[in-house]
Every structure is written in C-alpha cells, then in structure tokens.
Design a protein around this ligand. Structure first.
Ligand SMILES: [Zn+2]
Length: 138
C-alpha cells in the first residue's frame, strides 16, 4: 500500500503531552512509533528496544532501537514518549494509542492510502525527533 503525505495532516497534540518514564521500556521490548493512519487504524514503524541511549534533541534519556529493515539506519535513538508497546497488554501504551486514534482517524477518513503525518524526522546522528521537540529544542 502506498504511503502518502496528507495535504491536511493534523498536528500531533497527543504525543507531546504524553507522560511516560524512561524505565517503562526495557531492552528486548517490541515497540512501534505511530506515524499516521491506515484506513481506520493507526500506522507506524516497528522496532526492538536495544539499550539506553541519550536523546540529544530533548537532552533526556532515550532508547536505542533496532530496525531489521533499516539499512543504513538500522540503529536509531528515540525518546520514550514516541514509543508504544506492541503488546496489547500494556495499559499505559494502550491509553496513549486510543487517544491518538480517537484524535487522528476521524480527521483522515477521506484518505485513500496510508497517511504519514510527517511528525517525525531523523537527524544526521540517527536520532528520531518529533516536530514538537525539534521546535522547542532550538
Ligand atoms: Zn507500554
């Protein structure tokens, strides 16, 4: 399925306010960074948590993630609030996921392809940075 940038993709008001600790995640966890929608579901990229790693854009503790399909970007570093446990048994991550779905899906119902909202970018140091953190960090 093609992934397109939606011309009217809404800004992310959910992730910046998310309250989650670094210790919520552990090496070996399977996580996803949610980036948009696919029909009535959220869409994102899946990773495996590897080891603690400093997140330079926020100057806070982050996690190094492993992406087996990442090529030159096999290892990236992300802030804990970007991450969601793939396991449906994690209530904290489920609450965030549901809040994001409730906010985002109705706003993109007219999209006929997977939508990348463009909230995340990658620095030259392979640090994932949310658009809200990129602004506040400069
Ligand atoms: Zn969780």
């Amino acid at each position: 399925m093609p992934v397109s940038r939606h011309p009217h993709a809404p800004g992310d008001i959910v992730t910046p306010d998310r309250d989650i600790t670094h210790a919520h995640f552990r090496p070996g966890d399977q996580v996803v960074i949610l980036k948009g929608t696919s029909g009535s579901e959220l869409w994102g990229d899946a990773y495996k948590v590897v080891t603690p790693s400093w997140h330079t854009p926020t100057d806070e503790d982050g996690w190094r993630l492993y992406d087996p399909a990442g090529g030159a970007r096999t290892y990236i570093t992300a802030h804990p609030r970007y991450l969601v446990h793939l396991s449906s048994r994690c209530p904290d991550c489920l609450i965030y996921q549901q809040a994001l779905r409730t906010y985002l899906v109705p706003r993109l119902v007219d999209a006929d392809a997977d939508v990348d909202c463009g909230w995340y970018s990658l620095t030259h140091l392979n640090q994932v940075v949310h658009v809200a953190d990129a602004r506040s960090g400069q």
